[in-house]
Design a protein around this ligand. Structure first.
Ligand code: FES
Length: 123
């Protein structure tokens, strides 16, 4: 996505809501938190669950399958699965924690627009 692309009307997403949309064959998740709009990948970086079926509490997005949590503002991993003990260790060795991809976005003329992927966060 080299330029900004219209994805949906800003009025069509309410506070605390999540919407999965398709843009140029790419599944994206639009969220609105405290009036701000954030756009991330729609699939979990763990094993590709549909994140729109998870929960959003403030900016914390929780995956419906294994409970990984991400901050929708920057994609930061807050929790990598809800496994514990040796199961968690093995799961992390099999698939190490990785952030959720986040995209530039803004509202223009009442439309939410998506742009390039933001630079990955460094922890
Ligand atoms: S698929 Fe999301 S935590 Fe496993």
């Amino acid at each position: 996505m080299s330029n900004y692309v219209d994805v949906m009307r800003a009025d069509d997403i309410a506070e605390g809501e999540m919407r999965e949309i398709e843009v140029e064959d790419h599944a994206l998740l639009v969220t609105r938190v405290e009036g701000a709009v954030y756009i991330t990948d729609a699939r979990c970086p763990h094993l590709h669950a549909h994140l729109a079926k998870g929960t959003l509490e403030g900016t914390v997005l929780t995956c419906p399958w294994h409970g990984s949590q991400f901050d929708v503002r920057d994609g930061r991993v807050l929790r990598w699965t809800e496994f514990e003990g040796v199961v968690k260790t093995v799961a992390q060795m099999a698939r190490h924690p990785r952030p959720l991809r986040v995209y530039e976005s803004h509202v223009e003329d009442g439309m939410i627009r998506v742009g390039e992927e933001k630079a990955p966060i460094r922890e």
